[in-house]
Ligand binder design. Structure first.
Ligand SMILES: Nc1ncnc2c1ncn2[C@@H]1O[C@H](COP(=O)(O)OP(=O)(O)OP(=O)(O)O)[C@@H](O)[C@H]1O
Ligand SMILES: [Mg+2]
Length: 625
């Protein structure tokens, strides 16, 4: 099942940077190569400068001893010029690396977004109903764009600082090995505490994922158009604001604790390093006083000491940062490793076209992943080509669940669904889904043009394909769209410039058009007419039979005006088919269906629930059996 327990990360995992390096290299190879070259030059520059400085000072002291000899200044011009040139190169590198880093960061961020999006499209629907999955997705989305590049930039900076540090150590080694050992030894506790702090920060962030997600949700309710009506009318805005603040408070408190701990650790460890450093410095000065080194050497060692101390800090914090970023990136790896349970067949079967015997459901049982209750408890049903089948049942009886299984958004717990005798699991899921045009109860309302909203049903069509308008006519939305100044090219969201808003029923017709556009052998309509007015519903079903032709249709509805035109009706109760037959035979049977039908009929005050619609007209729509 999705979401195994959270993996704990060891120190070594945290220092494994190869995956991050690969990611960055893939996303921006040239810019990464450029940064590496620049960083190496940057690392060498201070050491060259130091050496040139030594030359100058030694020449000056020689000149002092040799007073009066001409040409001293001239001979100093060359090393001074060299020092200047070195600084110039260093400056150029600094400027270029800033630019390279910005471009590299953008390339990598966009690349990572694509990776996370590709995975988000691919995972099972079940993961979207699983809180641990959502936590993973949230963390991956938050961390993926920035962390890989931070790791690589961290590693290059680390390389630069370590190179500088090594050079400085080499110079100091010429003076005395004890200095190097002292500085090195003092840095071990610093590193240890830095890594521990990085771990604490990571654990904190991982644990606050839920609070963060929840606070982001409340923020969305407060700030987006979808809920703006209810927020105002019910006046629960302040309540949401308060909940949001509470969560942020909790997150802040935890952050403060970790941050204070970090400051304490930092102070203690930096003092340790400083102690070792100043002891070494005293050692160098002592040697100079005893005149065992030249003034030039003193300048160089002193400089080397400063460079070493200057590079040590960023080296250690760089290591800790790489470690921390890598821990955060583990969120991305965890997400990318989420397996699919609705798997693709190794040897996929060819999808029959046209279907001969059609769709068959046999003894289908199903429980939602991660839950105990059997929602479907042994369903048997068939949908033959050219047949319109209806599914009725009370709320929660499992109708929508069944449609999701037909699209293979989940696999059955036991039993099977087949097309022409071939189990759905033997088809590629894309091949199967190509054969299904579907409108779900909670269909999508996309903030793109009306034309695009329909075309999404068959993305491979050209935007101006005449099939789009044909589907719109079938769904009864064509005339409404033509009323807009921009017709089909009207953007359907008032939150966008020149956007228009549709009524709920118009949206439903648009979703219908999307489903009908698909060149599929099964049309799956889950409550397709719940928001349509009786006239629109009547018109739609009048055309429906000719639209279906030799295809199959499964229609779910609580409206008997919709249901009664079906060739066969299945009545679902508690995940079982309890009755089946034509409308007339089921009414005659006097069971659950008849009970529901009569209730609705008496509610409308007529035997025909589609009040106001001519009963005879309905008879024309229903196929005579
Ligand atoms: N994603 C899910 N995870 C777990 N349980 C679910 C999920 N979706 C639905 N259920 C449960 O499955 C049962 C059947 O739900 P389903 O949506 O199939 O009912 P329905 O017949 O379509 O109802 P309605 O007429 O209200 O649309 C319900 O009891 C519901 O609680
Ligand atoms: Mg439903």
């Amino acid at each position: 099942m999705p979401g195994a327990s959270e993996k704990s990360w060891t120190l070594l995992d945290g220092l494994r940077v190869d995956r991050a390096l690969r990611i960055v290299w893939q996303a921006a190879p040239r810019w990464t190569a450029a940064s590496i070259v620049l960083v190496v030059i940057q690392a060498i520059v201070p050491l060259v400068t130091l050496y040139v400085l030594k030359l100058i000072v030694d020449q000056l002291t020689n000149a002092g001893a040799d007073a009066g000899s001409g040409g001293t200044f001239d001979s100093l011009l060359l090393p001074i010029g060299a020092a200047f040139a070195t600084t110039l190169i260093g400056n150029l590198c600094n400027a270029l690396i800033g630019h390279a880093n910005i471009i590299q960061a953008h390339l990598v961020a966009d690349h990572m977004q694509r990776v996370v999006q590709a995975k988000s499209i691919d995972v099972d629907l079940a993961y979207y109903e699983n809180s641990q999955y959502y936590n993973k997705l949230h963390r991956a989305q938050r961390e993926a764009p920035s962390r890989p590049v931070r790791i690589v930039q961290g590693v290059t900076q680390l390389a630069r600082n370590s190179l500088t540090l090594l050079g400085a150590f080499a110079l100091l080694l010429m003076f005395h090995w004890g200095v190097v050992v002292a500085v090195f030894a003092a840095s071990i506790p610093v590193l240890f505490y830095r890594l521990k702090q990085a771990q604490a920060v990571y654990v904190l962030h991982r644990d606050k994922t839920v609070s963060e997600r929840l606070s982001a949700y409340f923020n969305r309710v407060i700030t987006t158009a979808e809920d703006a009506k209810e927020v105002r009318v019910f006046g629960f805005g302040p309540l949401m604001v308060e909940r949001f603040a509470e969560l942020r408070n909790r997150i802040r408190t935890a952050l403060r604790r970790i941050s204070a701990q970090g400051s304490r650790r930092q102070f203690v460890t930096e003092t340790t390093t400083a102690l070792a450093g100043y002891a070494s410095l005293a050692f160098i000065v002592h040697a100079a006083l005893n005149a065992s080194i030249t003034l030039g050497e003193l300048v160089m060692y002193f400089g080397a000491f400063q460079v070493a101390m200057g590079a040590l800090r960023p080296t250690l914090s760089g290591l800790a940062e790489v470690y921390e970023n890598n821990l955060f990136l583990s969120a991305l790896y965890e997400f990318l490793e989420v397996p699919r349970t609705v798997t693709e067949p190794v040897r996929p079967r060819q999808m029959p076209r046209p279907w001969r015997s059609g769709l068959e459901v046999e003894n289908l049982r199903f429980r939602y992943p991660g839950t105990e209750r059997l929602v479907l408890q042994g369903i048997d049903m068939a949908i033959r080509p050219g047949e319109i089948v209806a599914l009725v049942g009370r709320n929660g009886s499992g109708k929508t669940t069944l449609t999701k299984l037909l699209c293979r958004l989940y696999d059955p717990s036991t039993g099977r669904i087949s097309i022409d005798g071939i189990d759905l699991r033997e088809f590629r899921s894309a091949d199967l889904r190509r054969e299904i045009g579907v409108i779900y109860q909670d269909f999508g309302r996309y903030h793109v043009t009306a034309r695009e909203n329909i075309r999404l049903g068959r993305p491979e069509l050209a935007p101006d394909d005449p099939a789009i308008a044909k589907a719109a006519r079938w769904a009864g939305i064509h005339d409404d769209l033509m009323q807009f100044p921009k017709g089909y090219d009207t953007v359907l969201s008032r939150t966008l410039a020149d956007g228009e808003e549709l009524s709920v029923g118009q949206w439903q017709k648009l979703a219908l058009a999307r489903a009908l556009l698909r060149d599929s052998q099964l049309i799956l309509l889950d409550e397709p007419t719940s928001s349509l007015d009786p006239a629109a519903e009547f018109e739609f079903f009048e055309k429906f039979r000719s639209m279906v032709r030799d295809r199959s249709a499964l229609v779910i509805s609580h409206r008997f005006s919709t249901v009664r035109m079906a060739d066969r009706i299945y009545v679902l109760a508690d995940g079982r088919v309890v009755e089946q037959g034509s409308h007339d035979s089921l009414v005659e049977l006097g069971g659950l269906y008849a009970g529901l039908y009569h209730k609705q009929a008496s509610y409308y005050g007529t035997e025909n629930p589609a009040a106001g619609i001519d009963e005879a007209a309905f008879a024309n729509v229903s196929r005579t059996e």
